[in-house]
Design a protein around this ligand. Structure first.
Ligand SMILES: [Ca+2]
Ligand SMILES: [Ca+2]
Ligand SMILES: [Ca+2]
Ligand SMILES: [Ca+2]
Ligand SMILES: [Zn+2]
Length: 675
């Protein structure tokens, strides 16, 4: 197939952000998981205080860490070779063991930690410790971290899970979890071109040190610049006494003395793996860092290095790996579905299978040989799925009995639908609240000046510390088929931020396949969400005029008898978000409500070559993706600080696509037809 070429032409002047980017988003993880990090910190610190002997003497040997590498790719060069993965494991061992003659032989210490690609999986099957999965999650954003674990994860108390992805949002090279954090986020995520020392790696992050850095976080280390200079060189900063304090991340490989509160006052330790300097600059962990990591291994990560686990994972020195037969494995994106919908199967077969034979009783197609097939179920019932995988040594068969259940969709209620939150009962009118953490959630408010009447729905983000948590107003299911006219969803909202740097988010999600997948139809955060000035006190709308109007055309869903819609708040500890005057139906033509101008124009549609995207907002750190009907990303391009961009889709196959525009302040999807 001919290679698809795309160009992005900026019609407006593009300001290039010259500031150094964040290379590792661990500090974002730390902020979001601040409570569990504090708890783990207490465990690590108290172990270090109580331990009179050096912790590694308590253990008296080498801490071996079984590793599984999940390569989450999109079929391109990011599906890196076994040799590139092994080159990263080799660097980890050189750096953590301070191997003589290697790049890791700097001024630091031997941490007595060793890494081993697992030779047995959690079921005891033979493996090379590498899982390869083709998935849209190859384009990674840190909020999708639990989805990576749901796709592929080996028991994190027994394996260090390392994910290698194609791209990471914001140009980040990697990040890691802290010990004792949420199990579905445990491990390290790395971009493929900073992983290992060969193949796809690109300078100056081509010597495997990003992974040495990220696994340092996983063992309980902070950045050397954590908390800036601080006052006390032991109790502040990275809580390691023998790393000199550093005020800001260092890039490249400078000679610099950024803090003068250390005694004696020495230069920043730019050679330390836990700074942001280039790979060639980095060569050491200190004794204090070794002790912190070993404290973690003696407390929060006790199980992983126990001899029984080392034997079970095949990482004991006496174990000789035989050639491994394939191990068939797969996962579906949904198993309880409505009739006439399409299920995506993702192949997770281990050990380099060369061909696949699927069977889908009740599905279309009934058989397939693709890596990741999509199967439509037009028959009611409960159905098995079977995969026979073939490799060099033979075949393996996996049948999941009664895996897919197909039911008829239930007709929703007729529209129009209106809710003004005036009645005392909450949630009203068939609305259900989804509050996964059983903490702060949507409530009825009667204090603010409402857009309509005396009450609205509100969520208090100001006191919500469970950052990243979603709370949804799940609206009743609707039947759009009996409605004549163009259906819209409109509502009013009010919001103010509490901090210039952080903002909560509001999303509206819609499903036409009984909840199998949701499409984001509306998104606001930051400046595009705020209706009032940033304030650290509770935001209370003081007039009807501050309320902004959301309006989304739902005509694309007019033929569905079961339409699910939810309004979601994703908290970042910001401020109150209010929702009122919810309406699903025609646009009210009272003459009082002036419709806000549409904020995006993507034209022409249908298109044959050049598509223009115009926005009323400056698109900050935006990513444009073109996604096909299977959900596969066929194009992605970053733009920054521009209002207009053009794409050339000349060589794209004819058909239906979605253009997805995502930036710091906006999310927008539009269906386009390529002629
Ligand atoms: Ca220090
Ligand atoms: Ca200093
Ligand atoms: Ca109201
Ligand atoms: Ca909640
Ligand atoms: Zn880091």
């Amino acid at each position: 197939m001919k290679k698809i070429l795309f160009t992005v032409i900026y019609l407006f002047c593009v300001l290039v952000n010259m500031a150094q980017t964040e290379l590792c988003s661990f500090d974002n993880y730390k902020r979001i998981n601040s409570i569990s990090v504090q708890q783990s910190e207490q465990t690590i610190s108290s172990y270090l205080q109580q331990s009179i002997l050096r912790t590694h003497l308590v253990h008296g040997g080498i801490f071996k860490i079984p590793v599984v590498v999940h390569v989450i790719h999109d079929g391109g060069v990011e599906n890196i070779s076994d040799a590139q993965i092994q080159s990263q494991i080799d660097v980890l061992n050189e750096d953590y063991r301070k191997i003589f003659g290697s790049n890791g032989f700097g001024n630091g210490v031997d941490t007595e930690i060793e890494f081993c690609l697992a030779k047995r999986n959690p079921d005891g099957d033979c493996t090379n410790g590498i899982v390869r999965i083709k998935s849209p999650l190859a384009y990674h954003d840190s909020y999708e971290r639990p989805m990576l674990s749901a796709l592929s994860s080996w028991d994190p108390t027994r394996y260090l899970n390392i994910y290698v992805v194609k791209t990471m949002a914001g140009g980040v090279l990697g990040y890691a979890s802290f010990p004792g954090g949420p199990p579905n986020q445990d491990g390290v995520v790395m971009v493929h071109n900073a992983f290992g020392t060969m193949g796809t790696v690109t300078p100056p992050y081509n010597q495997g040190r990003t992974c040495s850095h990220e696994s340092g976080h996983w063992f309980g280390l902070y950045h050397t610049f954590n908390g800036g200079c601080g006052v006390d060189t032991c109790a502040d900063g990275d809580l390691v006494c023998d790393t000199p304090p550093v005020v800001n991340p260092n890039f490249n490989c400078p000679v610099i003395n950024s803090c003068n509160n250390d005694m004696p006052d020495v230069n920043d330790q730019v050679e330390n793996y836990m700074d942001y300097t280039n790979d060639a600059c980095k060569s050491m962990f200190t004794a204090g860092q070794r002790d912190r990591m070993q404290a973690t291994l003696n407390t929060l990560r006790m199980g992983i290095w126990q001899p029984s686990n080392i034997t079970a994972t095949g990482c004991d020195s006496g174990f000789v790996s035989p050639p491994c037969n394939v191990v068939a494995d797969f996962i579906a994106n949904g198993t309880q579905i409505c009739i006439n919908n399409t299920v995506l199967f993702t192949n997770k077969t281990l050990n380099n299978a060369t061909s696949f034979q699927w069977s889908f009783p009740g599905g279309t197609p009934a058989t397939d040989t693709l890596l990741n097939p999509s199967v439509t179920y037009n028959t009611l019932g409960t159905f098995d799925v079977t995969l026979i995988a073939t490799g060099a040594l033979g075949t393996d068969t996996l049948t999941l009995p009664n895996y897919i259940t197909v039911t008829p969709p239930q007709a929703g209620q007729a529209i129009p639908y209106d809710e003004t939150f005036e009645q005392f009962a909450f949630p009203p009118n068939g609305i259900v609240i989804d509050n996964p953490d059983n903490g702060i959630t949507w409530e009825r408010d009667t204090i603010a000046i409402m857009f309509n009447g005396f009450a609205s729905a509100k969520i208090n983000n100001l006191i919500n510390t469970n950052y990243g948590q979603s709370d949804a107003l799940i609206l009743p299911d609707y039947d759009f088929t009996s409605f004549t006219g163009t259906p819209y969803i409109t509502f009013r909202w009010a919001y103010a931020k509490s901090d210039v740097n952080y903002s909560d988010e509001m999303l509206v999600l819609l499903s036409t396949n009984c909840g199998l997948t949701y499409t984001q139809i509306f998104y606001r955060t930051g400046a595009s969400l705020a209706t009032g000035a940033t304030q650290t006190t509770p935001y209370i709308p003081d007039s009807t005029t501050v309320w902004k109007k959301a309006k989304v055309n739902l005509n694309a869903y007019a033929s569905f008898i079961n339409v699910k819609i939810k309004i979601v708040n994703v908290t970042d500890g910001g401020n109150n978000l209010y929702v009122d005057s919810l309406h699903i139906g025609s646009i009210l033509s009272s003459g009082i409500e002036e419709e806000s101008k549409d904020e995006f124009h993507i034209f022409p549609n249908p298109a044959s070559d050049i598509i223009t995207i115009q926005s009323n907002f400056d698109l900050k750190n935006a990513e444009i993706k073109i996604i096909n009907v299977l959900g596969e990303v066929v194009f992605s391009q970053n733009i920054n600080k521009t209002k207009t961009a053009t794409l050339n889709v000349e060589e794209l196959k004819s058909g239906i696509y979605f253009i997805q525009l995502k930036s710091e302040n906006i999310f927008y999807t539009q269906k386009i037809i390529k002629q």
